[in-house]
Design a binder for this molecule. Structure first.
Ligand code: SF4
Ligand code: SF4
Length: 286
């Protein structure tokens, strides 16, 4: 992502008029195929590791988690939950995202123009405060310089800079696609259309589980889904969009849909900090 995105501090608080890009992910449609993860890595020059099983070392801006209702066959049910960066707006959507608030280098910033949380690689010095602050575990540290197989060099996207060892990265909502589409619209003297700016994961999903657009634009599908209005008809059929860890006031811009109550609970439980069981001192001696 380029350095032109993070204008939060300069733009002040006139954000009510701006766009608010966000996503709705239908968990009852997602099959867990992982196409979104692959498309994201390819689009954003995320290198693969020789051992992708080491989840502490691998980088997956979009990661699909498997949830279970914890019951035995035949009541057992599974759900797959794709997790990009939530592009949190913070309390009252004022731009105080957890990661933005702690970064001492303004290497991650909130844009009031788009609602997108940037990551500015050339400013990041790798303290990893943001990783500790992110309740969605959506940030990744580069422990090594990226290595791409020789025959993949030609394949790298020129629109996205590769990241070096020692810095943090995360999902950008494919911000380079926004820049490209905006440039075209500006050149042609018109507004940006919904279909012109879509993330790679949205386009790759074969189940059509991901909807992306401007939550503030009533013509965009994400707005219609979140507000349950589509040409006068309800689109959710009684289902309520929910966000993860609502109680933290992070105001995520990623909404989820599911008709199953246990999915909401299991999704939140997978992210809540659990305290390790501590043994009570058994009195008397020590
Ligand atoms: S999900 Fe994490 S990285 Fe993304 S904006 Fe929220 S706190 Fe920041
Ligand atoms: S690791 Fe980088 S982006 Fe994260 S808080 Fe530190 S300087 Fe900011």
């Amino acid at each position: 992502m380029g350095e032109t995105q993070g204008h939060g501090h300069q733009e002040g608080h006139g954000h009510a008029q701006g766009s608010k890009y966000g996503m709705v992910i239908d968990l009852d449609k997602c099959t867990g195929c992982g196409a979104c993860m692959v498309a994201c890595m390819a689009e954003n020059n995320v290198p693969t590791k020789p051992d992708e099983t080491n989840k502490l070392d691998t980088i997956t801006w979009m990661r699909v988690f498997k949830l279970s209702n914890g019951k035995a066959f035949p009541e057992a049910e599974t759900c797959y939950l794709p997790r990009p960066c939530m592009h949190c707006g913070g309390k009252h959507d004022a731009g105080h995202s957890p990661c933005v608030s702690v970064c001492p280098a303004t290497a991650t910033d909130y844009s009031y123009k788009t609602g997108i949380v940037s990551q500015i690689y050339t400013r990041c010095f790798g303290c990893r405060y943001c990783m500790g602050a992110c309740p969605y575990k959506a940030r990744y540290f580069n422990w090594w310089d990226p290595k791409f197989p020789a025959d993949m060099k030609e394949y790298l996207s020129p629109d996205v800079s590769v990241r070096m060892r020692g810095i943090v990265e995360k999902c950008s909502f494919c911000f380079h696609r926004y820049q490209r589409a905006m440039d075209r619209a500006f050149y042609e003297g018109r507004e940006l259309e919904e279909h012109e700016y879509q993330t790679a994961c949205t386009q790759a999903c074969p189940a059509g589980a991901i909807t992306f657009g401007d939550l503030n634009n009533e013509r965009h599908m994400v707005h219609k889904v979140v507000n349950d209005k589509h040409e006068g008809h309800a689109v959710l059929q009684g289902r309520k969009p929910f966000r993860l860890l609502e109680e933290l006031d992070t105001n995520p811009k990623v909404y989820y849909l599911s008709a199953r109550d246990w999915v909401v609970k299991a999704g939140n439980a997978s992210l809540r900090e659990t305290k390790p069981a501590t043994k009570k001192p058994s009195g008397g001696h020590h």
